[in-house]
Design a binder for this molecule. Sequence first.
Ligand code: CMC
Length: 430
Amino acid sequence: MAESAELILDGKSITLPVIEGTEHEKAFDIGKLRDQTGYVTLDSGYKNTGATKSAITFLDGEEGILRYRGYPIEQLAEKSSFLEVAYLLIYGALPTEAELAHFSGQITKHTLVHEDMRKIFDGFPSATHPMAILSSLICALTGFYPQSVSPDLSPEEMELNIIRLLAKMPTIAAWTYKNNMGHPLNYPRNDMDYCANFLYMMFSFPTEKYEMNPVVVSALNKLLILHADHEQNCSTSTVRLVGSANASLYGSVSAGINALWGPLHGGANQEVIEMLEAIEADGGDTSKFINKAKDKNDPFRLMGFGHRVYKNFDPRAKIIKVAADEVLQALGMQDSPLLKIAQELEQAALTDQYFIDRKLYPNVDFYSGIIYKALGIPTEMFTVMFALGRLPGWIAQWKEMRENKEPIGRPRQIYTGELERDYVGIDARA
Ligand code: CMC
């Protein structure tokens, strides 16, 4: 007999079907609850609400497990390439050699952006954050490819939009930086792989030969893989919610970029480095900042610590911590004062009862900024790097939602405002 749950409400018994996932996660299906009882469920921040069924990423926060399409993140980070992982997330299987060659060939063909894009950069005030520019320009792609907004895309059209987005985002991201710096914009180099081409566009100058450092390319590849998907996080849920209204892929991803920018989400990677720099500037006393984080009258939080789902450890943070050591060693930066402060902070927090009681561990953002900094990526671009990595996940989740014909997302609420009252003319108001 199929498992179900019984809810007794006002003396009436309601049967709630139980839904079970392939990893035996269970949920009550409350889809008909309001019709049956007049009640809705309330769960601020969706702490205990499954918004969808998804076959893309599995995450077990208690055990510290993360798998893309069944493959452990540890194996993918060690053995795979970012484009291969992108293919895996979007199409569900690791590509054959021919499939990967076709996929990356298609992406390579679309790396250029329309020349009019360059003019849009001129309209942004110089203080504009790169995430604002990135999200605007990704949305602007709808203007260059108007058919992309159609709710009835053929599989071929959907595929073309996906390829275009994967291909153009590194160009747009690198140009965002170059434009902010007042440097000439570099056109993509189609003889380079995805990560190398991005680094080339970011750091090369027409006046000199750019020496590609394989340590840097490999570190970037790993970081992007680690960020590639994380099931129904804030930005991905945003992408799905916006897309559920039949909004375009570009529009949905643009919205996801804004969600990611928030300091409690992807924006934390910029905040971590700024925090470490502030600790260094303050003399390097980590205990002072640990105490600030524990003080309930102080809004300060230890950035890069804590996670809504991981309550044991973040498997991505484990991999990144080792990678940070390796990269800094390989680049001769092992004496980085920021790395030392980060290690001290982590050690202090992990042995402090406040953090132990609340199961607060370093998350993916804690060490990623240290690597990005070592790779020469400017701090303001850190969250853009996260967005580059998360792009295949957003695409895969948007595509899955569309293909499953999910209904428009529309949560309910419990109204706590005024009861009905009559309009009062302005002269009669107190
Ligand atoms: N420093 C100090 N205290 C913290 C921290 C922190 N970083 N994170 C959580 N707490 C405390 C919080 O004050 C609360 O304490 P109490 O129970 O006494 O009120 C308790 O831990 C639970 O926190 P919460 O805010 O209810 O937990 P949440 O699941 O709603 O928030 C979080 C998760 C990631 C937003 C939060 O841990 C945080 O703000 N961390 C810092 C920002 C950060 O690093 N974000 C990146 C997340 S990982 C990358 C990504 O996928 O976005």
